[in-house]
Design a protein around this ligand. Structure first.
Ligand code: PLP
Length: 374
């Protein structure tokens, strides 16, 4: 089976672990297992006592209850523990879509949200977030969604809020409307909520799709982004509809079978202290976002502009460069500065993604401005 290269992951594979100035990571600042346990006020003994046997395919009851308790109206039975958030995308698309199904994806987006369904042979359609540079905001076109639902009759709609890469977050009412429109038109809604908890400037967290009364919203959560624990490879799906859940579990027997026992254990600890992790990461992002605003005033940054993110850890920086991909490779190879070309995510070809959740961001941004000056 021929698949498209995963442009974002291939770009990071080349530079993420060698170039010193990372400007584009989507995860937040990470921590050690020891620091996580300290934050939760527990010792390392529990981890040491963790048996390395197989776990339940759906996930052990303890971890599923811990995850369910972070939502309203979600029970442990609704949760499927994963081996990585990415696995949730793969499982849900393969289990719930057939070749030639029509799928509507909010664009730009993380590569696999469009490509996994494309590999299956689905007919992919895109719904674009629109950059309003005059007002400095991203706009979601609800009328356009309604029209596409009516004319396309898609099997699935895929969204991701808080949004990677734009930092867009719909209003509470808009999100409710989106969920009811999609489910009323008989489509499944796949809601990627990997950046939930990173609502900036005091904005409130949206309800989770997993809490939606229709039970037709499949929700992806995980510890990689808002919690800053990507090395744990911990994620989960929330699926209220039993038949859909069983279809997804049937696929899981062919991928990871079950999550590692230490990951289940550490996940149940991490979700208990998630509010504290979110708070620290929101502060980091807000500080870095203010630093970008300040840096954009520098003469060296003439021709660059951005739209301030409302939520999440990423935002797009629009550049004056003709060939962004060539420039990004040059910056990484010659100056150690990593900026991800946003065209990999289906965004404006002139843009790059900024990742604001890392502690080293300011130093990397300084280096970027220094290179632009020279
Ligand atoms: C929107 C979104 N969903 C899912 C994932 C996958 O997460 P992970 O790499 O931890 O499996 C990512 C990673 O960048 C993402 O940005």
């Amino acid at each position: 089976m021929k698949i498209k290269p995963f442009a974002t992951e291939e770009f990071f594979a080349d530079y993420e672990f060698s170039a010193p100035y990372m400007l584009s990571a989507s995860d937040c600042e990470s921590m050690t297992i020891e620091a996580l346990m300290q934050c939760a006020g527990v010792g390392l003994d529990g981890l040491g006592a963790c048996s390395l046997q197989y776990t339940e395919s759906q996930g052990g009851r303890v971890v599923r209850e811990a995850i369910a308790s972070t939502y309203d109206a979600v029970s442990a039975d609704d949760v499927i523990m994963l081996n990585a958030p990415q696995e949730g995308i793969y499982l849900a698309m393969n289990a719930l879509l057939e070749p030639r199904d029509r799928v509507l994806v909010l664009t730009p987006c993380y590569d696999s949200l469009v490509q996994v369904a494309e590999h299956i042979g689905c007919e992919m359609h895109r719904l674009h977030l629109i950059a309003d540079h005059h007002a400095g905001v991203w706009v979601f076109d609800m009328a356009q969604l309604e029209e596409r639902l009516r004319t396309l009759k898609p099997r699935m709609v895929i969204v991701n809020f808080p949004h990677n890469p734009t930092g867009y977050l719909p209003g509470v009412d808009e999100w409710e409307e989106m969920q009811s429109l999609v489910t009323r038109h008989g489509a499944l809604l796949f809601s990627d909520e990997m950046y939930r908890g990173l609502e900036l400037g005091g904005r409130s967290m949206l309800s989770s799709g997993g809490e939606h009364h229709s039970g037709r919203v499949i929700t992806l959560g995980g510890l990689s982004k808002s919690h800053g624990l990507p090395g744990l490879r911990s994620g989960w799906l929330v699926i209220k509809d039993q038949r859909l859940r069983e279809q997804v579990l049937a696929w899981k027997h062919y991928t990871s079978i079950c999550a590692p026992a230490p990951v289940e254990y550490l996940t149940s600890i991490a979700v208990q202290v998630q509010e504290r992790l979110f708070e620290a990461n929101r502060a980091l992002i807000e500080g870095n976002a203010a630093y970008v605003e300040e840096g954009l005033q520098d003469d060296a940054m003439n021709g660059f502009r951005w739209i301030m993110p409302l939520a999440g850890s990423t935002a797009l920086l629009f550049s004056p460069w003709q060939d962004v991909e060539a420039k990004a490779h040059e910056l990484a190879r010659e100056h150690g500065v990593v900026v991800l070309p946003a065209k990999f995510l289906g965004a404006d070809a002139g843009a790059v993604r900024l990742g604001l959740g890392r502690a080293g961001f300011k130093e990397a941004w300084d280096k970027f401005i220094e290179v632009m000056k020279s």
